[in-house]
Ligand binder design. Structure first.
Ligand SMILES: [Zn+2]
Length: 214
């Protein structure tokens, strides 16, 4: 475990923080709980009690779901090629394993929820792009990056945090299984990622692969 000095933005107290840079949530499920309830990246000052969000690079691993997400805030564009240049012997490559790079705790949480929901994040990004086209007239201000997949109490939906209509209602759109499966049948092949390689699956990634009718 790495230790790093951190200055409290409230009182200036200097404290030492233990960084959990490699997290295996099959072994330590409490870390997954902390990421999901927002506690994981909170640093509490022992002097004044102030809590600060401190996002640092974390390799999130869930072997039970074959999911690895490397979260690196403000990362170098070369990060992906650095990760993918590592040679893995062919016989150790698991075709089903998913390797992703994200740049924030929100994105990490979304990838975790997508895996929990049994969905494929490539199709979820495609689904978002279709939603954006369909709601353009009613919700012109909603951008692709505002939409997040959410899973709660067995319900799956897309939500645009902080965006409300005139009645003060939060924009939420239910995920329809039938439509998801149509996308899967028609597009999954075009969205393939080489086995064992990391990808940063987001709006930009999608636009390089699929052209949607405007
Ligand atoms: Zn403090």
């Amino acid at each position: 475990m790495e230790r790093e000095k951190f200055e409290c933005p409230n009182c200036g107290n200097e404290m030492t923080v233990d960084l959990k840079e490699f997290v295996d949530v099959t072994e330590n499920p409490e870390y997954k709980t902390q990421i999901m309830n927002g506690q994981f990246f909170l640093v509490k000052c022992p002097k004044c009690g102030d809590e600060t969000l401190a996002e640092y690079p974390v390799m999130y691993m869930d072997p039970s779901k074959k999911l690895t997400v490397y979260m690196v805030p403000d990362h170098d564009p070369a990060l992906l090629s650095q990760l993918n240049n590592l040679d893995i012997p062919d016989n150790e490559i698991d075709e089903e394993a998913v390797f992703r790079v994200v740049s924030s705790a929100d994105q990490l949480l979304e990838k975790i929820l997508i895996a929990d929901g049994g969905r494929d994040d490539r199709l979820i990004e495609l689904y978002k792009a279709v939603i954006i086209q369909n709601i353009r007239e009613e919700w012109p201000e909603v951008q692709h990056e505002d939409l997040l997949y959410f899973l709660g109490q067995g319900e799956e939906y897309f939500i645009a945090w902080g965006i409300e209509n005139a009645k003060g209602e939060q924009m939420t759109i239910n995920l329809e299984d039938k439509f998801y499966n149509i996308l899967k049948d028609e597009y999954l092949e075009a969205l393939s990622i080489p086995a064992g390689k990391y990808a940063e699956v987001n709006e930009a990634w999608l636009q390089e692969r699929v052209e949607l009718e405007g």
